[in-house]
Design a binder for this molecule. Structure first.
Ligand code: AMP
Ligand code: ZN
Length: 452
């Protein structure tokens, strides 16, 4: 290439790089003054309420029952006058009952994962698809991702939002995207080696499995791979699990949160501080309520996250009850972003187990297990008989095979530690590494066969 052209090409590339990295690190919106943000939120809330009052019979009926009209929403505090929306409402209005645009103007359909029966149908307009990708791009760039990065997406492709939304987000940043999907760890390893993957997106359970796989195959990720970051989400996990993944894969883990009803991933991600997830408040209004009374909890207290969409066209949702339990970090983030942070989601209010009259979240058990040396990366909580709980957990690779006395001691020690955490003493059962089923999507951590 002639020198003059080479210089111009270099210049253009650097302009392009700058644009790619700054376009999504939209300082203006990420560090917007709270007063300005609230003005923007109010305007968007009023537009959303007007839109559903005109176009969605479900909300028309709810507004009529509550005697509320769009012009009653004069401040953000008036949000509380609006009706809640539940996942049961989404199912009852399946497939198109909550659409706010003509069917012809929808561009993509996703469904949410989970329970049996009809799924929740979630529609996206062209603008919704673009916004979802934009929020993911914003979240990736927040942790330092640039177009030079190579993204191997290990989330499940298909109806689930987890893979597609981050896929388009990373493409927006300009990354090379490898749509690997989960599982087939031999192939994952080959792709990571051959294409020098720098960041991945996956569930905590698959991340733990992948770490074990690499160890078993003598791969030292720090030496043999280019991996720098993992965005880990789609299911709850603990700080202890984050540390295990970071050690096992030799990278930084950033918590990523989203749900299909609110676009999918990109709703709230961690910044470089790795302490709490910035929830993008220019797109969503958040409340934390007591799931029993539906009243707001005090600042910083834990409760159920409730979200209202501010920019969604195809399916705006008012005060959607996520069932996810979390709290808001009340102090500003040292990174300078003004969008508030959520603490790690500790579980779903419907994940709560009641064992011998005590309320228990599986995350409490995970925290104890993952902090214990000698214990491996996979576990299962089995509820049987008349309220008996057995915690089945794999031993670490360098386990205690043959050392019966030591094993018994550790079993007892763990059972006592669990009792201190959950107030119920379970049976602890150790299993050889690799013996529990591994899920590629969301892990099934509880089997409830009680005859109560
Ligand atoms: P889906 O709509 O199928 O994508 O599932 C969304 C649900 O997955 C959320 O409501 C949460 O219960 C869970 N989830 C997603 N990301 C996280 C995360 N980072 N931590 C804990 N739970 C998560
Ligand atoms: Zn921050």
């Amino acid at each position: 290439m002639p020198r003059a052209f080479a210089g111009a090409a270099r210049f253009l590339r650097s302009v392009h790089d700058d644009r790619q990295t700054t376009m999504f690190r939209d300082q203006a919106i990420e560090t917007i003054r709270r007063s300005e943000l609230e003005r923007l939120q109010l305007k968007r809330l009023q537009d959303t309420v007007r839109c559903v009052a005109e176009r969605v019979p479900f909300y028309q009926q709810k507004f009529a029952e509550l005697g509320v009209k769009p012009e009653d929403i004069r401040s953000l505090a008036d949000l509380r006058r609006l009706p809640f929306t539940s996942s049961a409402d989404l199912r009852a209005n399946y497939p198109t009952g909550l659409l706010a645009v003509p069917y012809d103007d929808t561009l993509r359909l996703h469904t949410s994962s989970g329970t049996t029966g009809k799924p929740k149908a979630l529609f996206f307009s062209r603008q919704d698809v673009d916004n979802a990708a934009e929020l993911c791009a914003r979240s990736f760039v927040m942790t330092g991702v640039t177009k030079k990065d190579v993204f191997q997406n290990m989330m499940t492709y298909g109806m689930f939002t987890g893979a597609l939304v981050t896929h388009y987000g990373a493409e927006k940043v300009g990354c090379l995207v490898i749509p690997a999907g989960p599982g087939n760890s031999e192939r994952q390893l080959m792709l990571m080696q051959d294409f020098r993957t720098t960041f991945i997106h996956l569930t905590p359970s698959y991340a733990l499995y992948l770490a074990t796989f690499l160890e078993k195959h003598g791969v030292d990720p720090r030496r043999d791979l280019a991996l720098r970051k993992a965005f880990v989400g789609a299911e709850p996990y603990t700080e202890e699990t984050r540390r295990k993944i970071e050690q096992g894969l030799g990278l930084d883990v950033y918590n990523s949160y989203g749900l299909s009803e609110m676009n999918g991933p990109g709703v709230a991600f961690e910044c470089g501080q790795k302490h709490g997830l910035h929830l993008w408040e220019d797109h969503f209004l958040i409340e934390i309520i007591d799931p029993q009374t539906c009243e707001p909890v005090r600042d910083g207290e834990a409760g159920e996250l409730v979200m209202t969409t501010l920019c969604r066209e195809a399916m705006p949702l008012l005060r959607y009850r996520t069932r996810d339990i979390t709290s808001i970090i009340t102090t500003p983030c040292p990174c300078g972003r003004t969008h508030r942070r959520l603490n790690r989601i500790t579980g779903r209010s419907d994940d709560m187990l009641i064992v011998r009259g005590v309320n228990i979240y599986p995350q409490q058990i995970e925290r104890v297990l993952m902090a214990q040396s000698g214990v491996g990366r996979n576990y299962l909580i089995a509820l049987e008989g008349l309220d008996e709980m057995t915690v089945k957990v794999e031993l670490a690779e360098a386990g205690f095979e043959g050392q019966v006395e030591q094993l018994m001691k550790l079993q007892n020690h763990l059972a006592e530690k669990l009792r201190a955490e959950i107030l119920v003493k379970p049976q602890v059962q150790f299993l050889p590494p690799g013996s529990l089923p591994v899920s590629e999507g969301k892990a099934k951590r509880v089997i409830d066969n009680r005859k109560l």
